[in-house]
Design a protein around this ligand. Structure first.
Ligand code: HPA
Length: 250
């Protein structure tokens, strides 16, 4: 039986459809996760939820203890993770409100604790990371979107930037030249750490703004971002509700 973990990002600090059974504050060899793990059921299925930025949304992307989060979820028995994230759209298809199931990632972050394999090693370990997202989970997310008539983009390259500031328009041009389609601040090292712990991991990204310089020179408006988040996360919740039973029966 699978225990599915959902890591909620900006705009998803709780799951309204989760019937909470208990919350548990855990510690890990890497410190404390972003908050207590919330255990519960969605449509009768066991789920553990963690708000990446804390339940009051107070932890910025570069300060998230990604190692503790992933370790805690694994210790709790999770074997599959769906990571929800708000992102900026770079390429034309990645319009605000689009839901994207990325298939690749480029890491532009720095100074983050990005591996479990750095001390007390009996041998040096290099994980295979050619395909950072689990394709079975990706397909289930896409199928759920399709069944709900929710448009979802199949594939895209996620640029993981350091933040917490948004990018300059020149930086976004560079990311586009690198082949990136969407940009966010939390995709790494989260995806790599999940792979190190052998957890199946896929992301459901919601575009909440055009990336810097992509909206006819308009600055990025936080109010617009919030509007997209509210409408978009409601669709993400529906999508997850349909996807979870399919993931459990995998
Ligand atoms: N850049 C980086 N991270 C983001 C953005 C963005 O434009 N929008 C939401 N998260």
């Amino acid at each position: 039986m699978s225990l599915i973990a959902i890591i909620g990002g900006t705009g998803l600090t709780q799951l309204v459809n989760l019937e909470i059974t208990h919350k548990e504050m855990v510690n890990t060899p890497y410190g404390a996760p972003s908050g207590p793990l919330t255990f519960g059921k969605i449509c009768g299925l066991d789920v553990v939820f963690l708000a990446r930025h804390g339940y009051r949304h107070t932890i910025p992307p570069h300060m998230v203890n990604y190692r503790a989060n992933l370790w805690a979820l694994k210790e709790a028995g999770a074997n599959k993770i769906i990571a929800v994230a708000a992102v900026g759209g770079i390429t034309p298809e990645m319009k605000p409100e689009a839901i994207v199931i990325p298939d690749q990632i480029i890491d532009y972050t720095h100074s983050r604790a990005q591996t479990f394999f750095e001390s007390d090693l009996s041998f040096v370990t290099h994980i295979d990371f050619s395909y950072p997202y689990n394709d079975e989970l990706r397909q289930i997310l896409l199928k759920s979107a399709d069944q709900l008539d929710i448009a979802a983009v199949d594939g895209g390259v996620y640029a993981a930037t350091q933040g917490p500031r948004l990018e300059t328009s020149a930086e976004i041009n560079k990311l586009e030249r690198d082949g990136c389609d969407i940009v966010g601040m939390t995709g790494m090292p989260e995806a790599a750490l999940a792979r190190e712990l052998e957890l199946d991991y896929a992301a459901c990204a919601l575009v909440v703004n055009w990336a810097a310089g992509r909206n006819n020179g308009h600055e990025i408006s936080l109010t617009e971002m919030e509007k997209c988040l509210e409408a978009g996360m409601a669709r993400v919740r529906h999508l997850l509700e349909l996807a979870l039973p399919m993931i459990c029966n995998q």
